[in-house]
Design a protein around this ligand. Structure first.
Ligand code: FUB
Ligand code: ZN
Length: 602
């Protein structure tokens, strides 16, 4: 590996020599300028991120750091991985600064950064909770020490890319050097029960060029599945440690752990040119998608162990579908997209962002779902904190999901498009501007409410250039400039361009009923309503006087779409028979109540 100069500044930026077909566009070089995502990005900036810092005070995550540096007294509070929430918030603040250049937010993140830096031990170790509760690295399957380190490193890389500052990066480098000195072949041969360090170390390699970080990431990936966790007395499946990553053909165990590991393995494959590893990850992804993913993109069906179930084990009322798992799924799909250039991964990113993840956030941006059920029965009893029957909540004792949404929304522009030497690829549709270096494009659309996507050339590249626009798999009948294009790929036009040239993609947004795989017992004989990339839900608030649990649908019946600018921030509702449906991600914004995605066929 010669150089690790990054090609752009976004989450997951393969190095120059990396085996990636596509290259990301820096977060600051693309901007969402309107529409659904802008609403959410604004709420993230105006409410979620500032409120998030207040919640970190209230939940004592920041107090833990003050205790560690001697500014306060007491025992650290919260889960053993409490530090990670601070780091995810720092990452969110960094990407948000890249977007808004908000100096107040920069001051805020530097203040928290300074506190974090002071809490670092002289040898680079950094954790505010573990040292007060147990021996350093004494119980890695549960201690989350590498997990917290991974989130710190991700935040540091984001801060460097977004602000150019080294404050947190210096901390991350000292911590990573400590990990390199401590773990690996011939040193301590141990792994954390919760992956994320793999992705983080690869990103730090990309940022610094230090080969040892990539080597350790690869070692952490390859060390799994060889009995390390079992030797410590734990059943390995939960920890993604039953099989080597290179042998596993599906995902299993704790869903967030599994997808974070796969995303890190994809990063390793991209940087080392490991095609065999990449192919294995593609096999795992295909299995997850075909057998273990909800129609909403949600991942992980079991409350028990927050885990993937067996193939087709996808209950609706007891769905877990943790918000973080959808986010981890996006991170994995993004890396697969960069590596392969295959549109299926961009389809997946869209599905998970617009449904599985976005349902986790209230419209004002201050309340969250941890668990994303697909069915809330009449009179459902919220049996515990995470139950969706409560409606969204301001924070959680285990608050992994809220800051995970924050960092995803503040870096969302980074997922819109990519470049190759001779072209640009548009993967996600939003009113936006995309500065691809040699070309600048503008996207005008009301998607996902309307299927028209206009791509305008604002600055033309020299010579021939390819503009590729994703045509989602569901978009049979799509046209580009009036000519039919195949669904499930990219419509491409290669030619010389002039300022003002444009392409117009028309995606058919007819509502459609979809059925699950017949082996999904809990959805057999039922239909879900989808329109474009949006999955719809029937909610009590729109269906007064009706017991949703007693309802059924006729899939042959007409479905009418109605634009409702007055409702839920502006939405298209669907009506079938006597029932009204709204996009799933918007349910529970008018209080909790009965809701269902699947309805039995008449
Ligand atoms: O273990 C850290 C986080 O807490 C996981 O990613 C979530 O699933 C929750 O268990
Ligand atoms: Zn979570």
């Amino acid at each position: 590996m010669t150089s690790a100069i990054t090609t752009s500044a976004s989450p997951a930026a393969p190095s120059v020599g990396a085996h990636a077909r596509l290259r990301p566009i820096a977060v600051g070089s693309a901007a969402v300028t309107g529409g659904l995502w802008k609403q959410r990005i604004d709420a993230n900036a105006d409410a979620s991120i500032p409120e998030g810092r207040a919640q970190l005070e209230k939940a004592k995550n920041l107090l833990n750091f003050r205790i560690r540096v001697g500014d306060a007294e007491g025992e650290p509070a919260g889960p053993i991985f409490a530090d990670s929430d601070v780091y995810k918030w720092l990452e969110a603040a960094a990407w948000e600064y890249a977007r808004s250049q908000d100096e107040g937010l920069l001051r805020d993140q530097l203040e928290v950064t300074e506190l974090v830096a002071r809490a670092q031990d002289a040898d680079g170790y950094l954790n505010t909770v573990v040292p007060a509760r147990q021996e350093r690295y004494g119980e890695l399957p549960w201690s989350h020490e590498h997990y917290c380190a991974g989130h710190l490193i991700q935040a540091a890389v984001a801060q460097k890319r977004a602000t150019g500052r080294d404050d947190l990066l210096d901390v991350a480098v000292r911590l990573a050097d400590h990990l390199v000195a401590t773990f690996g072949p011939g040193r301590t041969e141990d792994i954390d029960g919760h992956p994320v360090i793999e992705m983080a170390l690869v990103e730090l390699f990309r940022e610094t060029g230090t080969q040892a970080y990539l080597d350790l990431a690869r070692w952490f990936v390859d060390a799994r599945g060889h009995g390390i966790i079992e030797a410590r007395g734990h059943a390995p499946t939960y920890f993604s440690d039953r099989l080597p990553v290179r042998e596993a053909t599906t995902v299993e165990g704790h869903a967030v752990r599994a997808v974070y590991l796969a995303a890190g393995a994809a990063d390793v494959a991209i940087e080392t040119g490991d095609d065999a590893l990449l192919a294995q990850l593609a096999t795992q992804y295909a299995s997850m998608r075909a057998e273990k993913q909800y129609v909403t993109g949600g991942l992980g069906s079991r409350w028990d162990g927050e885990a993937f179930g067996d193939a087709h084990e996808l209950p609706n009322d007891r769905a877990y579908a943790e918000t973080c798992a959808a986010i981890g799924g996006v991170q994995w799909a993004w890396r697969m997209l960069l590596a392969t250039g295959e549109a299926q991964y961009a389809d997946q990113i869209e599905l998970m962002l617009l449904n599985g993840m976005l349902a986790g956030l209230s419209l004002p941006g201050t309340e969250y779902f941890y668990v994303n059920a697909l069915h809330i029965r009449e009179g459902a009893h919220p049996d515990e904190e995470r139950s969706a029957a409560h409606g969204r909540r301001g924070w959680f004792d285990c608050a992994c999901c809220p800051p995970n949404i924050m960092r995803t929304l503040s870096s969302l522009a980074g997922y819109l498009a990519t470049t190759t030497d001779g072209g640009v690829q548009i993967h996600q549709f939003a009113p936006s501007t995309i500065d691809a270096g040699s070309a600048a494009l503008r996207v005008e659309t009301s998607y996902p409410w309307d299927g028209s996507v206009r791509v305008v050339v604002d600055e033309a590249p020299d010579g021939e250039f390819e503009i590729a626009i994703r045509v989602p798999e569901w978009a049979e009948g799509a046209t580009l400039d009036g000519l039919p294009v195949d669904a499930g790929g990219y419509a491409t036009v290669t030619r010389a361009w002039a300022r003002g040239d444009e392409l117009v993609l028309e995606l058919p947004l007819d509502a459609r009923f979809v059925a699950a795989h017949p082996r999904v017992d809990e959805a057999r004989g039922q239909r879900a309503l989808v329109r474009g990339p949006l999955v719809y839900a029937f909610e009590a608030a729109d269906n007064a006087g009706v017991v949703l649990d007693d309802q059924s649908v006729d899939p042959a019946s007409a479905v009418t779409a109605e634009e409702r600018p007055d409702l839920l921030g502006g939405v298209t509702t669907l009506r079938t028979g006597d029932l009204t449906a709204i996009p799933y991600h918007l349910w529970a914004n008018r209080g909790p109540g009965a809701m269902r995605v699947w309805l039995p066929v008449d």
